[in-house]
Write a protein of this length. Structure first.
Ligand code: SF4
Length: 392
């Protein structure tokens, strides 16, 4: 039993991968047990509040079923056979593997790959000390957000935003497409302050009736995909004249439809060895032309060259398991087709036979889902039948 006479409060930071990164006051019952956790009252963002799951952290930390020592797999992968080992032995094994890899192939053969996992600066970036001292490999920023980060910086030019605490001084608060009541509880504290002290109006724009939407004064429950019209009605363009949404849209599309698929094709080794650079350059440059060409779409919404659906092509090539040389030839051929003026249907917008196109597109979408669900062993018949729509 913990000795309750020695309870003290210690200060910490929430270890979750959550942008609030709450400052915590942790009740320390003795040198091995914690009690209640509260948000740090002296911190003006946390203001004494944390989400429920973290306030009851002790239940998880001290749960009888919690793994409390390292386990080493002793059977085949997936067999569930493990044997306990001491922390010293586990750390020795890891260190030995690192050392062996570095001795055999050089220090850069070890890559401490991480995103955040935890947002507190000390815990999150502590691994950089190991990397730095051992001269291991690193990635720029993180593997998860580097792309969107680059897109955001290219479109907006700076990372900026109001301090969330300023919500407490607002008369009108609009939460658009977000659910802080479930995901960022402290934001709700500052919204509640504004409503209590200033009678602020609270509007939520969301297609779902989220817990945040339930407590709003007004919930604008839009049909998915219609918030662009609302943004125009609300004159978002006039309110943020420095922000070109269309350009950001293009950047995100280019990354999604061209850059990431090209990366995937190389990474999945779907290209002939030594051709990776040429094929990806063909994809990226032809798509750059396609995205920038002012005549890329006709007035009646046909694409005028292959419309850079490289994500779909990459999926098909991954599923079809064709020889890399054939993949490379197909990709180079499609890159050329970006410049050849043939009409390609824009499924949701081309008016000619629109009903039929949308019906076929839906059937094709279902087949794609089936293809994804059965990867990597996709039925050849399904692949061939599903190609009917994109080639029709
Ligand atoms: S809201 Fe909860 S999960 Fe997020 S940082 Fe605060 S305590 Fe952690």
């Amino acid at each position: 039993m913990p000795d309750i006479t020695s309870r003290t409060i210690v200060h910490s930071t929430c270890p979750h991968d959550c942008p609030s990164t709450c400052a915590l006051e942790v009740e320390k019952l003795d040198s091995h047990h914690i009690g209640r956790i509260r948000g740090a009252s002296a911190n003006s963002y946390t203001s004494g509040v944390v989400c429920e799951k973290v306030s009851r952290y002790a239940e998880r930390v001290h749960h009888a079923d919690r793994l409390s020592q390292p386990l080493k797999r002793t059977g085949a992968k997936g067999s569930g056979e493990f044997a306990p080992l001491s922390w010293e032995s586990a750390l020795d094994e890891v260190a030995e593997q690192f050392t062996r890899a570095a001795q055999r192939l050089g220090a850069t053969s070890v890559w401490p790959l991480y995103y955040a996992g935890t947002m507190g600066l000390v815990q999150r970036d502590g691994i950089e000390r190991l990397r730095h001292v051992m001269r291991y490999s690193r990635q720029h920023s993180t593997i998860c957000t580097a792309l969107v980060d680059a897109g955001w910086m290219a479109g907006v030019g700076a990372k900026m935003g109001p301090d969330p605490r300023e919500m407490g001084d607002a008369d009108l608060i609009i939460v658009w497409g977000s659910n802080p009541a479930s995901t960022q509880v402290n934001v709700m504290t500052h919204i509640a302050k504004a409503r209590r002290e200033r009678n602020a109006q609270f509007i939520v724009v969301d297609p779902y009736r989220t817990p945040t939407a339930k407590v709003a004064d007004t919930h604008l429950m839009l049909k998915p995909g219609t918030d662009g019209a609302l943004a125009r009605l609300a004159r978002v363009k006039e309110a943020t004249p420095f922000f070109d949404g269309a350009r950001l849209d293009d950047i995100v599309d280019y990354l999604t439809y061209a850059f990431v698929p090209a990366l995937l094709l190389v990474h999945a080794q779907l290209l002939t060895p030594g051709w990776g650079g040429i094929v990806s350059a063909a994809i990226l440059l032809s798509s750059a032309y396609g995205f920038a060409a002012t005549d890329a779409k006709t007035d009646d919404y046909f694409f005028t060259g292959f419309p850079s659906y490289w994500n779909v092509v990459a999926l098909y090539l991954f599923a079809a398991k064709l020889p890399p040389v054939l993949n490379s030839v197909i990709l180079l051929g499609l890159s050329v087709l970006v410049f050849v003026r043939i009409g390609y249907v824009y499924p949701s917008r081309t008016p000619i036979l629109r009903g039929l196109t949308i019906a076929l597109c839906l059937a094709w979408g279902l087949m794609l889902l089936q293809i994804i669900a059965t990867l990597p062993d996709v039925s050849a018949r399904l692949l061939i039948v599903s190609l009917f729509f994109p080639n029709a």
